[in-house]
Write a protein of this length. Structure first.
Length: 207
């Protein structure tokens, strides 16, 4: 019997092995707790953590925009929201298909459920991949600069800015990036294994 909580947290259905479901759920929980814990400790006010040697009004805000057009915390929070939406959609569909299975549509429901699960897994990989790509595009070195020169209007020349709590923020980014990459890897392996099983079963049926 599939655990509903585990199915929701992992965003998968009965077509996925319990081991894969457990690992995906664990990675999701760790990321969710990381976002919740650091929201009020490390990322409470990211722009205020930027210290610049300038008294010019608006200088720090412009320097922050140049350094971080989109905060890594915001990026990974949006990732969690998108993944949660996919998980909820898949979970609600699985509940509906289980009701159909009780009404003499077991085989058809199972086939449809596998197809929807397969598409959901692809959607999860695509979602994870898009956010990893965005992180790489915004910050090619993965991490933001801890200290940088800001030479834009309305700042004076040679303004130097330092990002406070940089080590804690870097640790958060690395952790979230690693969890996301691990999820993609697990999902790709599961899809490859799942497709292989379907082909073997079809071959056996034809024989």
């Amino acid at each position: 019997m599939m655990n509903p909580t585990l199915a929701f947290l992992s965003g998968t259905g009965s077509h996925v092995s319990s081991c894969v479901r457990t690992w995906l759920a664990l990675l999701f929980i760790m990321r969710l707790f990381a976002v919740i814990i650091t929201a009020k400790t490390v990322w409470e006010d990211d722009m205020q953590d930027l210290s610049c040697n300038s008294t010019q009004v608006g200088c720090r805000q412009q320097c922050y925009t140049e350094l971080s057009p989109l905060s890594p915390f915001t990026l990974f929070t949006l990732q969690i929201v998108f993944l949660s939406t996919l998980s909820m959609t898949n979970f609600l569909y699985n509940r509906h298909s289980l009701r159909q299975a009780r009404d003499n549509f077991i085989q058809a429901a199972n086939e449809t459920r596998w197809k929807i699960g397969f598409l959901n897994m692809l959607a999860k990989i695509l979602t994870e991949g898009i956010f990893l790509f965005l992180q790489h595009m915004l910050y090619p070195g993965l991490l933001r600069q801890h200290r940088f020169r800001c030479d834009i209007t309305p700042c004076e020349e040679a303004v130097v800015c330092i990002m406070l709590k940089s080590q804690q923020k870097d640790a958060f980014v690395i952790f979230m990036y690693t969890c996301s990459f691990a999820s993609v890897l697990i999902e790709v392996i599961e899809i490859y294994s799942s497709v292989g099983k379907v082909r073997l079963s079809q071959g056996a049926y034809e024989i």
